[in-house]
Design a protein around this ligand. Structure first.
Ligand code: NAP
Length: 316
């Protein structure tokens, strides 16, 4: 398995960041594009540009499509948005080894559990990352914020000895193991459920939520409700308010991904953030009126919140 190529599904910001970082480590990853995107290129090997505030590097990387994959996939990193991950995986399913190791890097929750249920023989890992990356052009990725990524196998599945442990060493991205990973996914999702949708509703930067006024009152209410869900699930949430306020302060000048998607009229990942939280609250009998109101108001102004994730309640 060590000599098997890494496959990366989705050549957006995170897919290009991970592909370039694997090249930097001496690996030769293959980027899987949609068939239609792949047909637009007449080359099968492209130059991938990685820029950081300090330097720019270029790497040659192979691109493939579901039709042109010519080897069994033994390890795969899925870098699509949450709402696209299952259909993207279905497009390459015939190429997946029965014991394929699959790492999902989607924000939010629900999509990971759906995929774990859809792929019972493969080992599904999930990651939670605070890295910040964006594309300035196709295959030109900017690693704007060096963060931390935690990875671990999802619970309730057969595990194999193999995995992604080798990512933690000599890698330009900071990757650490975390087991159970669900706790990290919940922590990040909880913070995002308070900040992201609200920034889209008020069309403001993260710091704008701390206005000592209407926005902050909404924010506080969302924090209280989210903490209530975490408490029933037995997830420590005493510091949620500090975490949310801390993120708003540290990233005060940032536009959340949800606010960016809303501005561009693109589908957001909110079904996997607030949608997932609402679904879990319903099944636990916890009231989350402010989250409902937020989603209703976002829908009313035309923000694409998407279909609620379908997932069974999660154990940790
Ligand atoms: N960017 C960040 O800084 C960051 C940080 C932490 C976590 N994340 C999370 O990482 C995930 C990916 O985010 P991103 O920013 O990289 O999104 P992105 O730039 O929109 O990239 C997603 C890529 O997936 C591709 N894709 C969708 N369906 C596909 C399919 N069926 N086959 C092949 N490719 C397909 C998209 O292609 P099309 O354009 O053709 O649809 C796009 O290139 C999200 O869950 C996000 O929340 C992002």
């Amino acid at each position: 398995m060590d000599n098997d190529p890494w496959y990366i599904l989705g050549a957006g910001s995170i897919g290009c960041l991970w592909a370039a970082s694997l090249c930097h480590k001496g690996e030769s990853p293959r980027l899987i594009l949609r068939e239609s995107s792949y047909q637009q290129f007449n080359k099968r090997r492209l130059s991938l540009k990685l820029s950081t505030p300090d330097q720019t590097s270029r790497f040659a990387v192979d691109i493939v499509s579901p039709e042109t994959i010519d080897s069994t996939i033994n390890r795969l990193i899925v870098c699509t948005k949450a709402q696209d991950s299952l259909s993207a995986l279905n497009s390459i399913k015939p190429h997946l080894a029965d014991n394929c190791q699959i790492l999902l890097l989607q924000n939010g929750m629900g999509s990971q559990q759906t995929i774990r249920n859809a792929l019972p023989t493969q080992t599904v890992w999930a990651g939670s990352s605070t890295d910040g990356a964006y594309l300035s052009a196709p295959f030109e990725v900017h690693h704007a914020g060096q963060g931390q990524t935690w990875i671990g196998p999802l619970s309730n599945q057969q595990r194999s000895e193999q995995g992604f442990h080798d990512l933690c060493d000599n890698f330009r991205l900071k990757v650490s193991p975390c087991d159970p990973i669900e706790q990290k996914l919940w922590e990040k999702m909880a913070i995002n459920s308070c900040i992201n949708g609200l920034t889209a509703l008020f069309d403001c930067r993260n710091g704008g939520l701390l206005d000592n006024g209407e926005k902050q009152a909404w924010l506080d209410q969302l924090i209280i409700e989210t903490s209530g869900v975490l408490a029933v699930l037995g997830i420590p949430a005493t510091a949620l308010k500090d975490s949310v306020y801390g993120v708003c302060q540290i990233t005060a000048s940032n536009l959340s991904s949800t606010c960016q998607d809303a501005r561009k009229g693109r589908a957001t990942e909110l079904a996997f953030i607030n949608g997932f939280l609402i679904q879990q609250a319903n099944s636990l009998g916890v009231t989350v009126n402010s989250h409902h109101q937020l989603m209703d108001q976002l829908n009313a102004i035309g923000v694409k919140t998407g279909q609620p994730a379908t997932a069974s309640p999660l154990c940790i």
